[in-house]
Write a protein that binds this ligand. Structure first.
Ligand SMILES: Cc1ncc(COP(=O)(O)O)c(C=O)c1O
Length: 362
């Protein structure tokens, strides 16, 4: 009988909703209003010829490398950051190798690491979900081959400093160190300029979040030129589709659109954090386009909160099952109008649930 590899048999499954997300989607950290109009304009100009050909990427890679200030040989376009993570696992992990993550964090690191047969070592975040720089460094062993760090982290919004990350990269010269900057635009801190200091360092960016292109599936991995040549061997030459390639230059050309969106999201984040503070709800200050908040003490509390918000047309994400996140939800921010709707629904939900607001503080 056909049977999958041992690593795949024991793989936990990740179940994001693949249909039925009606309402204001504040559950998956997407851009809540969509991409720049320039992208839509470019889409309208696509013809049958553009779809008939296998995708041509060189010109787009040149545009993106100039935008990021790296050379084209240091960069690989990917089918979202998810594919970048997958490629690093395929390139560097042998069965039995160790791979390090901080918990809680983005679920796909563990899944791809386990699928490659690696032993995943989870390093708990520090107090208040602080980046556990020291613990992560002391977890590095001669078997460590990959370390994945989301910066800012999802779902906590916590950030690691440039120095902490570089020390980790230098402490693990035999390990690939991925710094996943999926939420870079909302915090502005990057390790891109440090990429040449440490040949084992990789930086990933996505166009799924601030740029509003999650549906196109496009991201980028940057790293040492020689390492990237190796990673490219594992990748399909056509891993990014022609529609995404056509749209990307239009998306990055409209920086005014991104800046406006990011500034409204930051304003919304400050408004949400103040509202939570005023209600006595515990939350963790975030550097991304979402905030993690403890709306109760158990999984039932967070599930009830999610359901009450859903009835008001707002989707938020239950994170109760994440390490250290009992009773927590993650709420994505959008521009002003969406923040207004969110804050109204939040107030009504707290009233309806009779949240003992003082009691949820820890
Ligand atoms: C930290 C992090 N990395 C990567 C991703 C996925 O990005 P992409 O859509 O580019 O695959 C997410 C999405 O939630 C994320 O939170």
């Amino acid at each position: 009988m056909l049977s999958p590899r041992e690593a795949v048999r024991t793989l936990p499954s990740y179940h994001p909703p693949l249909a039925g997300r009606d309402g204001l989607r504040l559950d998956f950290n997407e851009n809540t209003v969509g991409c720049s109009p320039r992208v839509l304009e470019r889409l309208r100009r696509l013809g049958p010829e553009d779809l008939a050909r296998y995708p041509e990427r060189e010109a787009v890679e040149a545009t993106l490398s100039a935008f990021l200030g790296v050379t084209a040989s240091e960069l690989l376009l990917t089918n979202g950051v998810d594919e970048a993570i997958h490629l690093l696992c395929e390139t560097y992990l042998e069965p039995g190798d160790e791979a390090l993550i901080v918990v809680p964090t983005y679920s796909m690191y563990r899944i791809y690491m386990m699928a490659a047969g690696a032993r995943v070592i989870s390093v708990p975040s520090g107090k208040d979900f602080k980046f556990p720089a020291g613990d992560l460094r002391s977890s590095i062993t001669p078997r460590t081959r990959l370390i994945a760090i989301a910066n800012p982290n999802n779902p906590t919004g916590a950030i690691a400093s440039h120095d902490e990350l570089m020390k980790i990269a230098c402490s693990a010269p035999d390990s690939a160190v991925l710094v996943d900057e999926a939420y870079f635009e909302f915090c502005g801190q990057t390790l891109l300029s440090a990429r040449r200091e440490s040949p084992n360092l990789f930086v990933a960016r996505t166009f799924s979040k601030a740029y509003g292109l999650a549906g196109l599936r496009i991201g980028v991995l940057v790293g040492d030129r020689d390492q990237m040549r190796t990673v490219r061997r594992v990748s399909s030459p056509y891993n990014v589709n022609a529609v995404a390639l056509a749209c990307l230059p239009a998306a990055i050309a409209d920086q005014a659109y991104i800046q406006q969106y990011v500034s409204e999201v930051r304003e919304a984040r400050a408004r949400l954090e103040s509202a939570l503070e005023a209600s006595g709800i515990r939350y963790w200050p975030s550097h991304a386009n979402f905030v993690l908040a403890r709306v109760g003490s158990t999984r039932l509390d967070s599930a009830a909160f999610v359901e009450h918000m859903r009835r008001r047309g707002i989707l938020v994400r239950d994170r109760s099952s994440d390490h250290g996140c009992e009773g927590c939800v993650r709420i994505t921010l959008g521009p002003r109008e969406h923040a207004d709707r969110l804050l109204t629904a939040l107030r009504e939900t707290f009233e309806e649930l009779g949240v003992n607001q003082g009691a949820s503080r820890t």
